[in-house]
Ligand binder design. Structure first.
Ligand SMILES: Nc1ncnc2c1ncn2[C@@H]1O[C@H](COP(=O)(O)OP(=O)(O)OP(=O)(O)O)[C@@H](O)[C@H]1O
Ligand SMILES: Nc1nc2c(c(=O)[nH]1)N=C(CO)CN2
Length: 151
């Protein structure tokens, strides 16, 4: 199954943080494709530094909950401390899309409910997957164009 994962960091060495996370994700996904890293202004939360964001896409056969658990373990191993909602973080890994699965539990929501409105997710994703789609929502190219025209 195709897994689309977004990465973000706005603390310490942001580029190194993304690279370390990607090295860890390579142990979980096959045929990993990595987007360019883009610098973005923080969306929501308290005043904080700019983010470095990226998206990776790969193949995986794990159950969705297990894949998310592994991503949360990477965040923990990298020293992520959960404090304020949408606050600064060393690393944030979100599972955006996993095959065509639609899940709505407390632990895991798929597709990620905010991805469709986040240019820091859609824009790096589009660079490596021009025909990418969010199941049940639409083509990322169209979604990104509609966010950009409304901002
Ligand atoms: N698709 C998903 N990807 C990642 N985490 C998810 C997803 N769906 C639900 N969650 C839950 O959200 C929690 C992650 O919260 P976290 O503190 O990273 O949120 P956030 O990154 O600050 O906010 P946002 O959800 O807006 O990206 C995890 O514990 C996880 O169980
Ligand atoms: N630019 C940017 N803003 C954010 C980000 C992020 O990764 N990049 N992540 C958030 C919570 O997941 C909230 N705001």
């Amino acid at each position: 199954m195709k897994a689309v994962i977004s990465l973000g960091s706005n603390l310490e060495n942001r580029k190194l943080n993304l690279e370390i996370a990607i090295t860890n994700i390579e142990q979980i996904l096959n045929n990993l494709v990595v987007s360019p890293f883009i610098q973005t202004k923080p969306v929501g939360g308290p005043p904080q530094g700019d983010f470095l964001n990226a998206v990776v896409i790969g193949e995986c056969d794990l159950a969705a909950e297990l894949l998310l658990t592994k991503l949360l373990e990477i965040e923990d191993q990298m020293g992520r401390v959960r404090q304020i909602k949408w606050g600064p973080r060393i690393i944030d890994l979100d599972l955006i899309v996993y095959g065509d699965q639609i899940i709505d539990s407390e632990f895991l929501k798929l597709p990620h409910p905010l991805a469709q409105s986040r240019s820091f997710v859609l824009s790096p994703w589009l660079e490596i997957d021009p025909d990418g789609e969010i199941p049940g929502v639409g083509a990322i190219k169209t979604l990104l164009a509609s966010i950009q025209s409304s901002s």
